[in-house]
Ligand binder design. Structure first.
Ligand code: ZN
Length: 580
């Protein structure tokens, strides 16, 4: 079998999260899988993308998740902390309903890892660096735009497919989880650029959607394919439906990429699933798609009998590498070997459960109905394409996006500099004012800052009732025991506004230290200016990355100190400031 370049994403943190005691979803299964993949010595054969936890920047930020999810939902997930988790669970909000989706500790990081893997997989396919990209932590197909569902919070599949659509015209999504892939189908229900095809149990089973008649809407009509199956479907039966339907889709839809959600709850003996498929039967789907030689993304999904999940995903990793026929099914020694007793073999055997698909030729009728519906499908719908940059222009030139929610070190430094500049300017003005009356209005400040000392002073001074700023009010003085008669000795060092004859002598020691109420107010107003280009000394200017309203970095030309780089009309006027 010919070779494929396989990229494999794994985050060592993923196995540490817990949905809570007694919850069927165990993120630990990913650690078990990775351990087995490693024990079979497959890692050296792949391009392994292991996220180093301290490099958190490689995880998608909340903004990236809003490509599909609503802002308020992502914000909600972001706010789950150990303190708030309990209150946010169990129907405490409209985003997490029921017991399926508890708000557990580290929820947002968990979602980030899952989504980050699928985005990394899509990136490897987009860049042509891999033929097959694997993220077993992904495949969370139930998550909706603004709601968690069926153990899924962030829909990594939709995010990954959206990334693939930047470079590819048509994406075929196939879902072999026991449950209907409703979140993905819903996301692409009205477009012909993604064809979703799900094999699942539908009747009397979560989530209840996915009938043969559900075929899409508008432009997407015909591009949602559903194959509902009944309890106890076997390997051969599954194959007899899967292969003809997928073969038809591959030939007629001509996808550029295939995304396969390998939910392992369709395996025999799953705690929540109800099919009777063996490991081999499950892996046949992977082998079938690998043989087509179309770029392939393999994602995880459901699967609630932990050792079966790790066995099948390990075996499917071997399928992707093309070494599935060569590996020893007697398990090699590994850290979690005791999980696989008593046979200690890489296998999931079918059981003797009842097969409901035999009744009244159900399977054949379903297959014919699905294929008949597909006959209306036009051949390979095209889309107007245009050149797509590999990355944003800012990324290309090395200006990476900051974390938009947090003030970074540069912001702090700039704010400190601004305050120092304001205070030194005030101090300088006292020196000039000393002994001179009415000279304060002679000079304009070298720059204007929204809420600068000048404006802030006038505002705060004229508004005598502004308790927040006027710290030298009589009430304050009386409460603090400070007396007017105890004026500071160097009263001559007074701020300019006092000289204008508009105010009382200032008497508070703190004010004396800072010079003016304006300066005091300035130190109390820590919010930094939104955008500030700050050149200091002889060194190159430091550019604060300008952004569009949605946070996208912009860069439209080189910056130099004689012609400071300015953006205007995006978010108010810019500020150019030179300071030592
Ligand atoms: Zn499932």
């Amino acid at each position: 079998m010919s070779k494929r370049r396989v990229a494999y994403y794994y985050d060592p943190d993923i196995g540490s999260y817990s949905y809570g005691l007694g919850h069927p979803m165990k993120p630990f299964r990913m650690r078990l899988t990775h351990n087995l993949v490693s024990a079979y010595d497959m890692l050296p054969k792949m391009d392994v993308i292991v996220r180093i936890p301290i490099l958190a920047s490689r995880l998608p930020n909340p903004l990236q998740m809003t490509r599909f999810h609503s802002d308020e939902y992502v914000d909600f997930l972001h706010r789950v902390t150990p303190e708030t988790a309990q209150d946010m669970s169990g129907g405490g909000s409209r985003f997490l309903t029921g017991e399926d989706n508890p708000a557990f500790e580290g929820l947002f990081e968990f979602c980030s890892i899952s989504a980050g893997g699928s985005l990394a997989a899509a990136d490897r396919i987009n860049s042509g660096m891999a033929d097959i990209a694997i993220n077993w932590a992904g495949g969370l197909h139930h998550a909706k735009k603004g709601e968690a569902s069926g153990f899924c919070y962030v829909n990594d599949i939709v995010l990954g497919i959206l990334e693939l659509l930047r470079f590819h015209t048509r994406v075929l999504y196939i879902d072999i989880d026991c449950h209907h892939g409703d979140g993905v189908e819903e996301a692409f229900y009205t477009t012909d650029r993604v064809l979703t095809c799900s094999f699942h149990k539908q009747k009397d089973y979560f989530p209840g959607t996915g009938k043969v008649e559900d075929r899409g809407l508008g432009k997407g009509f015909g591009y949602s394919v559903n194959v509902p199956l009944l309890n106890g479907v076997t390997d051969d039966e599954y194959k007899s439906v899967f292969e003809p339907v997928i073969q038809y889709l591959l030939g007629w839809y001509q996808p550029d990429v295939v995304v396969l959600q390998c939910g392992a709850d369709s395996l025999s003996g799953d705690k929540l699933g109800c099919f009777n498929i063996s490991m081999n039967g499950h892996a046949d789907c992977v082998r079938f798609l690998r043989a087509t030689n179309i770029p392939l993304v393999l994602l995880g999904g459901g699967g609630y009998t932990t050792r079966n999940v790790s066995s099948v995903w390990t075996y499917e990793t071997a399928c992707a590498l093309g070494i599935d026929r060569d590996i020893d099914l007697n398990l090699p020694y590994n850290e979690y070997l005791e999980w696989y007793g008593p046979r200690y073999r890489l296998e999931v055997q079918p059981s003797n459960m009842t097969d409901d698909n035999n009744h009244r030729n159900y399977l054949e009728i379903t297959k014919q109905t699905v294929l008949e519906a597909l006959r209306d499908l036009p051949f390979a719908p095209s889309v107007g394409s245009h050149a797509v940059p590999r990355n944003t222009v800012a990324q290309e030139i090395g200006l990476t996006r900051d974390n938009d929610l947090e003030e970074d070190e540069l912001d702090v430094q700039i704010r400190r500099r601004v305050h120092e500049a304001l205070r030194s300017r005030e101090a300088a003005s006292y020196e000039e004012d000393e002994g001179e009356v009415d000279s304060s209005e002679s000079e304009e400040p070298p720059y204007t800052l929204a809420g600068s000392s000048r404006n802030m002073y006038q505002t705060t001074y004229q508004d005598e009732s502004d308790e927040d700023v006027d710290i030298s009010s009589d009430d304050d003085q009386e409460q603090s025991g400070f007396q007017h008669t105890n004026a500071p000795p160097n009263l001559s060092r007074r701020p300019s506004a006092i000289h204008r004859g508009r105010g009382r002598p200032f008497q508070h020691p703190q004010q004396q230290y800072h010079g003016t109420r304006a300066a005091v107010a300035a130190t109390r107003a820590p919010s930094p200016p939104k955008r500030l280009f700050f050149s200091h000394g002889a060194s190159a200017p430091v550019i604060r990355r300008p952004r569009l309203w949605d946070g996208t970095p912009i860069y439209d030309g080189p910056a130099n100190r004689s012609h400071p780089f300015r953006m205007s009309g995006v978010d108010g006027p810019d500020i150019v400031m030179a300071a030592g």
